[in-house]
Design a protein around this ligand. Structure first.
Ligand code: UN1
Length: 494
C-alpha cells in the first residue's frame, strides 16, 4: 500500500471529499510508488479557494517585512532539506540528482530574492501637474491566485510563482502537476513548518480537467498563473477571459541554437548536448533545433554524435548518470511517435530513435538521445514541441539564413548563437525572436533574477522572475492627495 497524502486547505490536511486517490510512481522503476494523493474535484477546489479568501484580509494587511520573515524561514528550510528534496524529485520525475539539486537551488534563490522584496516592493512618487498636490503609485496584491504548475521543474517553477505572490500579500491555491505530487507535498510542508498562517497557501492535488479547470473557473479566483503546454494554456486563457481576470502563461518552446563557422566548436558541442539532452530534453528551454553554418557542418556533427553517444543513460539517483528516464509512459510513446513521424517525413535518423532497454532500463521509461539530420522547416519535428531528447539539425548558408530558420517557429522562449564575431553576436541579440538569447552558451539555465518568459505562442506577454516577478503578481494603485483645500481641476480645466 502506498503511503497516503492529503490536500492542504485552510491549514488542515484533508482527503478529497470523494475519498478518491491517484498514485505517483517512479519513471525509472514504475513499481516504486511515492504515495497516493487526493484526486480532487471542484468541491475540494472550492474549499481551498474559500480558505484563501478568508486568509486574504489579514495576510494582505500584514506588513511586507513581516511576510518576508516567513519566506526567509522557507529559504533556510529549503537549504537544510535540499538533498532530501532533490532525491524525492529524482525518484518522482526522473531528472538526474545533480539537476534536481539545481531545481531546489532555484527555489532557494527565489525565496531569498523575494524575501528581500519585503523591504522594497518599490512603487514611485512623481510630481503633480498642480500645486499643493502629491502623487504616488504603490503595488497592491491582486487577491486569490490560482497556480497550475508542471512536473519538469516541480519546485523551481512553483517557487517563481509562490514567493512573489506571497510577498506581495496575495493568497494562493496551488494545483501541482499530477506527475509530481510528492515533491509538491514536501515543498508545501516547509511553508507549514515556517509558520505561514492557515489558508495563505493551499494545495489541491489532482488532474487538470478535474481540479485545474474548476480553479480557473472559480468566481473568487482573481488571477491564474499557468506553466505548461500551449494547448492547455490556450484553454486556460480562453476560460479565464470570460471572468476578465489576469492570466500569466508560460508555455512551449522550439528553441534554436545557431553555430557559425567561426565558433569554438568544442564549446558549442558541450552546450548543444547539455541543452538538448539535459533533463532528457524535458525543459521548456531545451534546444530542439540546431542550425549549423555549412562550412563546419560535418565537423560539428561528427563531434556531436560522438559526445551524444557517450552520454550515460540510467536512474538519475545513480552516480555518473547524465540522462534519466522521461516522465511517464504517455510521454515515452509521444516521443517515439514523433520519431516515427520524422522518419516518415523524410528526415534522416542519425542517432537513437528508440527506447533504451538494456538491463534495468527495460522496466523504466528510458529513451535514447536522438538526432535527426536533413530536416526541413516544413517537417513537424522541426515545428512542434516534442518535450523529449530529440534534436533536429538543419544547415544554413549564412547568418541571415540561420536567423530566418531560427525564427521560423510559432514559439519564442529561448535561443542561442555560437560565434566569436562580436558584431554577429550583437546582431543576433536583436534578430532572434525570443524572450531569452544566449551568446556562446546553450538555451537552458536561466537565472532567477532576470525576467523569464517568451514571445509568440510561448506566452501572452508577461514575464516572471527577475524585476518582472512583482509586476506579474501585483496591481498598481495610483494615489492623489490634494492638500490645497480647494477644488483644483487637472488637465487645465478652469
Ligand atoms: C522550464 O523548463 O519550465 O532556464 C523552466 C532553465 C531553467 C528553467 C526551465 N532555469 O532551463
Amino acid at each position: 500500500m502506498a503511503e497516503r497524502f492529503k490536500n492542504w486547505i485552510g491549514g488542515e490536511w484533508v482527503d478529497a471529499k470523494n475519498g478518491e486517490t491517484f498514485i505517483s510512481t517512479n519513471p525509472a522503476d514504475p513499481a516504486d510508488a511515492l504515495g497516493a494523493f487526493p484526486r480532487s474535484t471542484a468541491e475540494d477546489v472550492a474549499a481551498a479557494v474559500e480558505a484563501a479568501d478568508r486568509a486574504f484580509r489579514d495576510w494582505s494587511r500584514t506588513p511586507a517585512p513581516k511576510r518576508a520573515e516567513v519566506l526567509y524561514k522557507v529559504a533556510r528550510l529549503l537549504e537544510a532539506r535540499k538533498e532530501d528534496l532533490a532525491r524525492v524529485m529524482t525518484r518522482e520525475m526522473g531528472k538526474v540528482l545533480n539537476e534536481a539539486r539545481g531545481d531546489v537551488q532555484e527555489a532557494i534563490d527565489m525565496a531569498y530574492y523575494m524575501a528581500g522584496e519585503g523591504r522594497r516592493l518599490l512603487g514611485y512618487t512623481t510630481p503633480s501637474e498642480l500645486p499643493l498636490k502629491a502623487c504616488w503609485a504603490i503595488r497592491r496584491p491582486i487577491g486569490r491566485i490560482g497556480l497550475i504548475t508542471p512536473w519538469n521543474f516541480p519546485i523551481a517553477v512553483p517557487s517563481w510563482k509562490i514567493f512573489p505572490a506571497l510577498i506581495a500579500g496575495n493568497t494562493v491555491v496551488w494545483k501541482p502537476a499530477e506527475d509530481t505530487p510528492r515533491t509538491a507535498y514536501e515543498f508545501a510542508k516547509l511553508f507549514e513548518e515556517a509558520g505561514l498562517p492557515p489558508g495563505v497557501m493551499n494545495v489541491v492535488f489532482g488532474y487538470g480537467e478535474e481540479a485545474g479547470r474548476p480553479l480557473v473557473e472559480h468566481p473568487k479566483i482573481d488571477m491564474i498563473s499557468f506553466t505548461g503546454s500551449t494547448e492547455v494554456g490556450r484553454d486556460v486563457y480562453t476560460r479565464a477571459a470570460r471572468k476578465l481576470i489576469r492570466v500569466h502563461l508560460e508555455m512551449g518552446g522550439k528553441n534554436p541554437i545557431i553555430v557559425m563557422a567561426d565558433a569554438d566548436l568544442d564549446l558549442a558541442v558541450d552546450g548543444i548536448v547539455w541543452s538538448a539532452f539535459g533533463t532528457t530534453g524535458q525543459r521548456c528551454t531545451a534546444c530542439s533545433r540546431l542550425i549549423v553554418h555549412e562550412p563546419i557542418y560535418d565537423q560539428l556533427l561528427e563531434k556531436l554524435v560522438e559526445d551524444t553517444q557517450a552520454l550515460k543513460i540510467g536512474d538519475g539517483l545513480e552516480p555518473g548518470v547524465q540522462v534519466g528516464p522521461v516522465v511517464n509512459e504517455a510521454q515515452l510513446s509521444k516521443i517515439h511517435q514523433y520519431v516515427e513521424l520524422g522518419k516518415a517525413e523524410g528526415a534522416k535518423l542519425l542517432l537513437g530513435g528508440e527506447r533504451a532497454t538494456e538491463g534495468k532500463l527495460a522496466k523504466g521509461y528510458f529513451y535514447k538521445p536522438t538526432i535527426f539530420v536533413d530536416v526541413t522547416p516544413e517537417m513537424r519535428i522541426f515545428r512542434e514541441e516534442i518535450f523529449g531528447p530529440v534534436l533536429s539539425v538543419v544547415r544554413a548558408r549564412d547568418y541571415d539564413e540561420a536567423i530566418k530558420l531560427a525564427n521560423d517557429t510559432t514559439y519564442g522562449l529561448s535561443s542561442a548563437i555560437y560565434t566569436r564575431d562580436v558584431n554577429l553576436a550583437m546582431r543576433a541579440v536583436e534578430d532572434l525572436e525570443a524572450g531569452i538569447t544566449y551568446v556562446n552558451h546553450g538555451t537552458i539555465g536561466a537565472e532567477i533574477h532576470l525576467p523569464f518568459g517568451g514571445v509568440k505562442d510561448t506566452g501572452n506577454g508577461g514575464r516572471e522572475a527577475g524585476l518582472a516577478a512583482l509586476d506579474a503578481y501585483t496591481e498598481w494603485k495610483s494615489v492623489y492627495v490634494d492638500y490645497s483645500g480647494r477644488l483644483q481641476k487637472a488637465q487645465g480645466i478652469e
